[in-house]
Ligand binder design. Structure first.
Ligand code: NAD
Length: 276
């Protein structure tokens, strides 16, 4: 596909991962963006491979490297769906290079979040536990449902993902829990029940519960239940294909191109006005 000088030059980090390969494909099919670099961890088997071939496309002449800075300084943005430690390191480099950092990595701890917030003082960072349009809309619906219903309705967030997923609950489940807590005007950390095992005692009114399932190749399913006396309301999202997250990531990068430094969410990108 041809590209122009105005195209946004994007680097995919974690290029050999499930999301990395999907991002390379989506960048190739999206007008206005071009792949300018592909980065993997030191020692990865894919170093030196052509990024197009890695993603099942025609060769594109971009070789996978383990040295991010030289590719970052020539790029306009980085698409990052990797691991927390790598994402924190990349955020320092994108801040140095003053380029957009799109972060889809989940499982970030409070210290990681603080370092990313510091990096966002120097460059636009768009971070979300779920980059799909559907889940971000779902978060708005969950927030409104939680606002409308009092704590006679017990809120439970159920999620299922493929067997390779390493963190739990999913970033998306937490995002949905946060939306519910916002709607109720409570702090999620004070009211979340992330694990139940053994004699737990009865459920506390106002808690937001999480349940995790893992198996097979499921890309991602989330269900938020509002369980009251005699009636249950369910709001559900099913991801059929990873390209929904990759398309959201590319959209976020394009949106971030003209933005001032700062930490933004996918809701900002989509104009949904919720903090998701
Ligand atoms: P994966 O394990 O298939 O891919 C991660 C890749 O990152 C691997 O190839 C790994 O080698 C690479 N990596 C690790 N350290 C690196 C480093 N220092 N430098 C460069 N590359 C490095 O995982 P995945 O299924 O693609 O998911 C990646 C992350 O994205 C997870 O945190 C997942 O939860 C998250 N995710 C987010 C969304 C979203 O919409 N926000 C959607 C799907 C997945």
């Amino acid at each position: 596909m041809g590209f122009s000088m105005d195209d946004m030059k994007l680097v995919v980090v974690g290029a050999a991962g499930r999301m990395g390969r999907t991002l390379i494909r989506v960048v190739a099919e999206t007008p206005g963006v071009v792949l300018s670099g592909a980065v993997e961890r030191e020692g990865a088997a894919e170093l030196g491979s052509d990024a197009g071939v890695l993603a099942g496309l025609e060769p594109n002449g971009v070789a996978v490297t383990d040295d991010p800075l030289p590719v970052f300084v020539k790029a306009d943005g980085v698409l990052d769906f990797t691991v927390p430690q790598a994402t924190v390191a990349f955020s320092e480099l994108t801040a140095q290079a003053r380029i957009v950092h799109v972060i889809g990595t989940t499982g970030l701890g409070p210290e990681d979040e603080a370092k990313i917030a510091a990096a966002a003082r120097h460059a636009p960072v768009i971070k979300s536990g779920n980059m799909s349009l559907g889940v971000n809309l779902l978060a708005v619906l969950v927030r409104e449902a939680a606002r409308a219903l009092d704590d006679d309705f017990d809120i439970e967030v159920l999620e299922m993902h493929h067997r390779h997923k390493v963190d739990a609950p999913s970033g998306t489940a937490l995002l949905l829990g946060k939306a519910a807590a916002e709607g109720r005007g409570i702090d999620l950390a004070q009211h979340s029940v992330r694990v139940r095992d053994g004699h737990t005692g009865a459920r506390e009114a106002g808690d937001i519960g999480f349940a995790t399932m893992r198996g097979g190749s499921v890309v991602g399913e989330h269900r938020v239940l509002f369980a009251g006396e005699g009636e249950v309301i369910e709001l559900t999202h099913k991801a059929g294909d990873r390209s929904i997250f990759a398309r959201g990531g590319v959209k976020a990068a394009l949106w971030g191109r003209e933005k001032k430094p700062g930490l933004y969410s996918m809701a900002d990108v989509l104009g949904l006005g919720a903090s998701a």
